[in-house]
Write a protein that binds this ligand. Structure first.
Ligand SMILES: [Mn+2]
Length: 227
C-alpha cells in the first residue's frame, strides 16, 4: 500500500490519467489523495472529475480536498461576481468540457461531489492542504480561507506547532527543479509544494503534473500531454 498525493490537475485529464496509470501505476491497494483544483484552464475538467468519480465507484480509496477553483465554481452558482471571477479564471474551459453554456447546466451530481470536499486532511505525519496554512492568527487549521488561497506563507511557519509533521500542498506553480530541491530539503523545511504548473506548458521547467508517494518518499512527474 502506498499513499500518493497529486495537486492542481486543472482539467488536464490525459496527463492525469498517464501519470496515474503509467508512472505511479496506481493499484486498488493504494490510497490516492488529491489536493484540489481538478477543474479550469485545461481542456477536459469534466474528464478529470469523471475519472475521479469512477475510481471511487470502482472501490479505490480516493480522498479529495477542495481547491480555490472548486470554491469559485461553487460560489458562482449563487453569486454573480464570483461567477464572472470563475469564468475568467478558467471556468470558460470547464463549461466547454461540459458542453454547457452556463453554470446551471453542469449536472447536479458534480456539485454534490464538489460540496463534499474537505479543506485539509491529516494522514500519518502529513498535513495535506490545497494552498497552505496561515500561522499568523492562532490555529492554522481553523483558517479555511487561507487553506484555499494563501501564497508566500513559509516565513510564518511555526515549527513548534508543526512538531515533526510535514505539510504537502499545491496552488502555487513551481519549477520541477525547485520541487526536487524542496523534497531533498524536507528535514530543514518540512513543506513540499507539488504543483509543477501542469497547465503552464509554455513556462520553463513547468508544464508537469507531479505525484508524491508519501509511503516511499518518492516523486513522479508527467509532462503535460493535453495541449
Ligand atoms: Mn489553486
Amino acid at each position: 500500500m502506498r499513499r500518493i498525493a497529486i495537486s492542481d490537475i486543472h482539467g488536464c485529464f490525459k496527463t492525469f490519467k498517464r501519470l496515474l496509470e503509467k508512472r505511479v501505476v496506481l493499484t486498488p491497494s493504494d490510497e490516492l489523495y488529491l489536493l484540489g483544483d481538478y477543474i479550469d484552464r485545461g481542456p477536459d475538467s469534466k474528464g478529470v472529475l469523471d475519472y475521479i468519480l469512477n475510481l471511487k465507484k470502482k472501490g479505490y480509496f480516493v480522498k479529495c480536498l477542495l481547491g480555490n477553483h472548486e470554491e469559485m465554481l461553487l460560489k458562482g452558482v449563487e453569486l454573480r461576481n464570483w461567477r464572472s471571477t470563475w469564468l475568467v479564471n478558467g471556468g470558460e474551459e470547464t463549461l466547454e468540457s461540459f458542453k454547457a453554456k452556463n453554470i446551471d447546466e453542469i449536472p447536479a451530481p458534480y456539485f454534490d461531489f464538489l460540496e463534499s470536499l474537505s479543506h485539509y486532511h491529516l494522514v500519518d505525519k502529513y498535513i495535506l492542504v490545497h494552498a497552505g496554512l496561515n500561522f499568523k492568527k492562532g490555529d492554522p487549521l481553523k483558517d479555511k480561507d487561507s487553506m484555499l488561497w494563501i501564497r508566500r506563507w513559509y516565513h510564518t511557519l511555526d515549527t513548534n506547532w508543526l512538531a515533526n509533521r510535514v505539510v504537502i500542498h499545491g496552488h502555487t506553480t513551481t519549477e520541477t527543479a525547485a520541487i526536487k530541491k524542496m523534497h531533498q530539503n524536507l528535514k530543514q523545511l518540512p513543506i513540499l509544494n507539488i504543483d509543477a504548473g501542469c497547465y503552464k506548458v509554455l513556462s520553463i521547467d513547468k508544464g508537469q503534473l507531479c505525484a508524491y508517494d508519501m509511503t516511499n518518499d518518492e516523486l513522479y512527474f508527467q509532462k503535460n500531454i493535453d495541449f
